[in-house]
Design a protein around this ligand. Structure first.
Ligand code: HSE
Length: 436
């Protein structure tokens, strides 16, 4: 039988890893796929650079369109990233009847609806396991392994760079910029690292997982996104005193009103397994009605780890080359004509508990004013921690944990609290999840 010929677009961190993993494990991979697989062509931005892989026997070019237009290429592996040229290349590959494997979460989150429609019309597959949580086979698990379940919610640490920064800050007291620079040097960070720090990368991945979990179209524009740059050492310490760890979570829940889709720093009880996922590791917790909570853990970024998912997708594609397109696993787990338009809830309608940190003057009646405002918004207090005044300015940090309340009520309460003359600075609010 003729070998399956692969064209790789992009030989950066993930592209090099893909060449390396495929070469290293080719015997096992062939036994699994049932066909020989070879990377015959690859495109890179420039020809004169050091690469992290051996490209002997691979026909290299700087023109990626040559590969998507090459009739001898069966599968195009897009590892360029972004939503510009990558989108044009993937669309062209689909039009040319080629299957596509991609690690490009932004492309899927923003243009997946269009790409999947085009792929269906052309009888090809677009596989994207490597786009979500690096090497963890979370797409496969949710799309196939959990297909008996009604998924109730999912929550994940899905950005390795952000988790690495939070872990180093907490455990070693290191500064934010220094840790970010290290994550960039290790090849974990996005080309634009604000995507990692501000939660955009996590929102891309969450958007994809939510569609697969709930059978809804991809709607990245409706995701609520908040980064980790405002999380201070002070909050990390107070959270720890109260038995919590702050993690940057992507959370999606199905409620009677709609689907929540949100990325933000979150206090979670330190005893939860997911609270102990540190460094560049990722983890996704998925709650199905039949199976209960399930946890998926592994490397969320890095060359070989992400290549593991890329190559697994290549094997999957090779296995289905001869399958009738109608009988393939649907891109978003649910049949394309069975997607539903359940609304995505605005963040103001989301109901959660909160951690509040308020800097106040050391005066009688301050706490009474704050608790009155909270009561007016129907907010119950679960715990209060008042610290000694800070030496230099007499400011008292007051930390409160509240019971669950709609975000719009909390917004209103915070506006009133910040208007008190005795309250200094903005109120720091961090949402909490029990993940029980
Ligand atoms: N920048 C991403 C991360 C890479 O740090 O998780 C993997 O998607």
């Amino acid at each position: 039988m003729q070998s399956v010929k692969i064209g790789v677009l992009g030989l950066g961190t993930v592209g090099s890893g893909t060449v390396n993993v495929l070469r290293r494990n080719i015997k096992e991979i062939t036994r699994r796929a049932g066909r020989e697989i070879e990377i015959t062509r690859a495109a890179d931005r420039t020809m004169d650079k050091e690469r992290g892989c051996d490209t002997t026997g691979i026909d290299l070019t700087t023109d990626a369109f040559e590969i998507v237009n090459d009739p001898n290429i069966h599968v195009v592996v897009e590892l360029i990233g972004g939503t510009g040229i990558a989108r044009d290349l993937v669309l062209k590959a689909i039009e040319n009847g080629k299957h596509v494997v991609t690690a490009n979460k932004a492309l899927i989150a923003l243009h997946g609806n269009e790409l999947f429609k085009k792929a269906q019309e052309n009888g090809v597959t677009v596989a994207f396991e490597a786009g979500v949580a690096g090497g963890i086979p979370i797409i496969k698990a949710m799309r196939e392994g959990l297909s008996a379940n009604r998924i109730e919610w999912l929550a994940g640490i899905i950005n390795g760079t952000g988790n690495f920064i939070l872990t180093e800050m907490r455990d070693k007291g290191r500064d934010f910029p220094e840790v970010l620079a290290e994550a960039q040097a290790l090849g974990y960070a996005e080309a634009d690292p604000t995507f990692d720090v501000e939660g955009i990368d996590a929102a891309h991945k969450l958007t994809i997982m939510a569609s697969i979990a709930f059978g809804i179209p991809l709607q990245f524009d409706k995701a609520y996104t908040e980064g980790i740059s405002q999380v201070s050492q002070e909050d990390v310490q107070y959270a720890a005193e109260l038995g919590y760890i702050i993690k940057h979570l992507g959370i999606s829940k199905k409620t009677e009103q709609g689907v929540e889709l949100r990325v933000h720093p979150t206090l979670i009880p330190h005893r939860r397994l997911i609270a102990n996922v540190d460094g560049v590791m990722n983890a996704v917790l998925v709650k199905g009605d039949a199976v209960g909570p399930t946890l998926y853990y592994g490397a969320g970024a890095g060359s070989d780890a992400t290549a593991s998912a890329v190559v697994a997708d290549i094997v999957d594609v090779v296995r289905v080359l001869t399958t009738d397109p109608e009988n393939r696993v649907p891109h978003l787990a649910f049949q394309a004509d069975a997607l539903v338009d359940t609304p995505i809830l605005p963040i103001t309608e989301v109901v959660t508990s909160y951690y509040l940190r308020i800097h106040t003057d050391d005066e009688p009646g301050v706490l009474a004013d704050i608790t009155r405002i909270l009561a007016e918004q129907g907010i119950s207090i679960e715990a209060i921690l008042q610290k000694e005044p800070e030496d230099h300015n007499g400011i008292v940090p007051v930390i409160m944990l509240t019971q669950a309340v709609a975000e719009k009520n909390m917004d209103m309460a915070i506006t009133h609290i910040e208007a008190l003359k005795t309250v200094k600075d903005s109120v720091m609010r961090i949402r909490m999840e029990s993940l029980g």
